[in-house]
Design a protein around this ligand. Structure first.
Ligand code: ADP
Ligand code: MG
Length: 185
């Protein structure tokens, strides 16, 4: 039996990487992080790519990365801006189960201030973190919601977020359906 990939979406700091790793362990699935794969393939950090080639170049790489990593039996943590491109939103919805890890600005800003990881998270607006998070979430929340099949509360502890996702998947009986054409590579 083939299981569709699970895509985790949400703003920086919502826990896509942290929760994704735990969920993969719990489901005995592979864990894939598009930001990490992209950086490994480019042999550069996201900050370097953006500084040298600009955000549009990074976004193009992100789309290629997403399409190449989607595979059955995997949990895929995506970059916070992946939902900006309509082609990515369509790909996510059609090729897997999409989970939005939703958390309020105060929670996201608190985590990012504690663990900035600037090489992976170059500033998007040049503004202080909490201001940037508020602005970005205002722009993107509707896109995260329209792309997601399920929304979970990502402000609680990682294990609880994992449990919410497992309950959502079980309730929806999400299991089969192989990937459509745009998979491998
Ligand atoms: P993302 O991949 O969505 O940007 P990360 O998983 O890298 O987010 O998490 C950002 C920071 O917040 C990390 O330092 C992580 O340990 C912490 N974190 C993530 N999820 C939670 C959570 N549910 N509760 C508390 N801290 C968390
Ligand atoms: Mg991450």
């Amino acid at each position: 039996m083939t299981t569709q990939p699970i895509f985790l979406i949400g703003a920086r700091g919502c826990g896509k990487t942290t929760v994704g790793q735990k969920l993969a362990e719990a489901c005995q699935c592979a864990f894939i992080d598009t930001d990490l794969i992209l950086q490994q393939r480019a042999k550069k950090t996201i900050a370097d790519i953006v500084a040298k080639e600009g955000w549009p170049a990074f976004r193009a790489l992100e789309t290629r990365t997403l399409q190449s990593v989607a595979a059955p039996d995997s949990i895929i943590a995506t970059g916070g801006g992946i939902i900006l491109a309509p082609v990515n939103r369509e790909f996510l919805r059609e090729n897997g189960i999409v989970i939005y890890l939703k958390a309020p600005v105060s929670v996201l800003a608190g985590r990012l201030e504690a663990f900035p990881e600037a090489s992976q998270r170059p500033t998007l607006t040049g503004k202080p973190i909490s201001e940037e998070v508020r602005e970005i979430l205002t722009q993107r929340d509707a896109l995260y919601r329209e792309t997601a099949h399920h929304v979970v509360d990502a402000a609680c502890e990682p294990d609880e977020v994992v449990a919410q996702i497992q309950r959502a998947l079980a309730a929806a009986h999400t299991s089969v359906q192989p990937l459509k054409s745009a998979t491998a590579g």
